[in-house]
Design a protein around this ligand. Structure first.
Ligand code: TNX
Length: 536
């Protein structure tokens, strides 16, 4: 009998837990159900208070597409409306919001405009999943359960990185991708714009970076890789397109962080401007390779003039305070063989090429500081000595690298391959990289990015948040694969970034995902993967 009671209590408790969450992803801090519901009718207005006009327009447009109802914007509150307010006096952390839905209407108060936007995202998830469709949906009761929600994020950095080099994704695909991130309360889009296989950002001063280095394939300087077959392949974003994408992302409260990968991964740049390489490796640059062989000649002072010019144009295009300069997987062995680099090393009394890499990182840091921005890089930039205080590091090789970075007091984004590299295969039957092992959904979910058994309290303060990555070398069907590799893994990573650790639970997450969120993603048009149990 006792056993039955406890099972009943447990299932009641679980039932409440799931019911109370309304299948929201990421799970909010507090969700309190109330009696009744509110039905949207065409009489409903969106009341835009101070500082909330832009969010109101976003909501109006989103609701209008699927419901077909006009939802006029109003300035005074009335029964039956959706009221949006920015209220900096709210006693909740930055990016937080309070949402209350009753049978009389909905009110969302954001601590700031970001918080208000996240409150709107929660409101959309409280509506039937068809609200996410871009087409008019007939026969739906647009009802919101009466509820109050109090919510704010665990971390202020919640990002996604997309490699648009190995595969090029056009402007519209990038915009769709940004839409889907916003739904998950992700606020950073790290744009990997250059690599060995292509240069994808227009730089006016160096036109060959795009006329030559953006293309690969027969008769081009860069060898074809997977996905390009034996055809000419490539593409780039004009400065106008970049500004448009940045504007579009900002409307969805997403900051775009550009990455120009330096001094390695520069085969494409060198195909257009071989003079950036060490004289001893210029011949090698002609060979068909995408194997991380080429790095800028660091002993050559004119290279810094070119880099300063490039970074100046980059800085002007992106309002973000951060410029990511890569710094990963540099083939440093070429420097001691180069007469310019070895003479420079001798003059500076440098013993190891790592010191030259460190010198390069510091030079770039100065250039970027001078542009009024802060530098970020992959975790290799930790290896050469101390970094400038403002530098931010992306720990990708292992959680150990995040430990090392935070130990040094460096602000760190946890982006470890073993959990957050979505180019890794999701099961042994599927396509993908494997250097970091299989990365199935539950493994993404399992990581606590500031785990207190790994980080001390001091170190944990340096964990800025989380980010996952899509590297696209192995995408044989780019459009389908992008969705398939991203979702639902992004949902799990987004929850690690937003939800308080004490509220995170795999079974609960899985239940929310399969009960409603798949249907939301289906309506968004995402060709997501349905996870299946795997016998290993
Ligand atoms: C390592 S992550 C790389 C990328 C590859 C990726 C494949 C990083 C900074 N460098 O160039 O695409 O692995 O998983």
């Amino acid at each position: 009998m006792k056993k039955i009671v406890s099972i009943l209590t447990l299932s009641l408790f679980c039932g409440m837990m799931f019911a109370q969450s309304y299948n929201l992803i990421p799970r909010p801090v507090e969700v309190t159900p109330a009696k009744g519901s509110f039905s949207l009718t065409s009489a409903a207005a969106i009341v835009a208070g101070k500082g909330s006009k832009q969010v109101a327009l976003y909501l109006q447009q989103k609701l209008n597409r699927s419901t077909g109802m006009p939802f006029k914007l109003a300035t005074t509150s009335a029964v039956g409306s959706i009221e949006l307010i920015v209220n900096s006096a709210l006693d909740i952390p930055a990016e937080g919001y309070l949402l209350s839905a009753t049978d009389k209407g909905v009110k969302i108060e954001g601590k700031d405009a970001d918080g208000l936007f996240y409150g709107v995202q929660t409101l959309l998830q409280l509506l039937p999943p068809q609200v996410y469709s871009a087409q008019l949906q007939g026969g739906i009761q647009w009802t919101i359960p009466a509820v109050s929600v109090k919510d704010y994020p665990r971390f202020h950095y919640r990002g996604m990185m997309l490699d648009v080099v190995r595969q090029f994704f056009d402007e519209q695909t990038v915009k769709n991708y940004i839409d889907w991130l916003a739904i998950h309360k992700i606020n950073k889009f790290h744009w990997h714009l250059t690599d060995d296989q292509g240069w994808r950002i227009e730089i006016k001063k160096y036109p060959k970076l795009t006329s030559v280095a953006a293309w690969r394939g027969p008769n081009e300087a860069i060898a074809p890789t997977l996905g390009s077959g034996d055809k000419r392949y490539g593409g780039f974003y004009t400065q106008k397109q970049i500004k448009e994408i940045v504007r579009y992302a900002a409307e969805q409260h997403i900051e775009v962080i550009p990455e120009i990968d330096l001094p390695g991964h520069s085969h494409a740049a060198a195909s257009a401007y071989p003079e950036i390489l060490c004289p001893t490796s210029r011949d090698e640059a002609k060979r068909a390779a995408d194997d991380m062989a080429d790095a800028w000649c660091v002993g050559n002072e004119t290279n810094f003039t070119m880099l300063a010019n490039i970074l100046k144009e980059v800085a002007a295009l992106f309002p973000s305070k951060i410029i990511h300069i890569g710094g990963d997987e540099v083939n440093m062995a070429i420097w001691p063989r180069c007469p310019i680099c070895s003479a420079f090393m001798k003059k500076e009394n440098m013993q190891k090429p790592e010191e030259l890499q460190n010198y390069f990182v510091h030079r770039l840091n100065k250039i970027i500081d001078g542009l009024g921005k802060r530098m970020a890089g992959w975790d290799e930039i930790l290896d050469g000595g101390d970094l400038e205080g403002s530098t931010q590091v992306y720990a990708w090789r292992s959680l150990k690298r995040a430990e090392v970075a935070t130990e040094k007091g460096v602000p760190t984004v946890v982006m470890v391959g073993q959990n957050y590299y979505f180019d890794m295969a999701q099961s042994k039957y599927e396509r993908g990289h494997n250097w970091a092992g299989l990365v199935p959904l539950d493994k993404v979910y399992a990581l606590d990015p500031a785990d207190n058994t790994v980080f001390t309290a001091e170190q944990a303060k340096k964990v800025m948040g989380v980010q996952a990555a899509i590297w696209s070398e192995l995408f044989n069907e780019p459009a389908r694969f992008l969705d398939y590799q991203s979702y639902p893994r992004i949902c799990a990573m987004a929850e690690a970034g937003w939800t308080q650790q004490s509220l995170r639970n795999w079974n609960d997450f899985y239940q929310r995902l399969t009960s409603s969120h798949f249907e939301r993603m289906y309506n968004m048009g995402i060709a997501f993967r349905v996870p299946f149990p795997v016998v290993t």
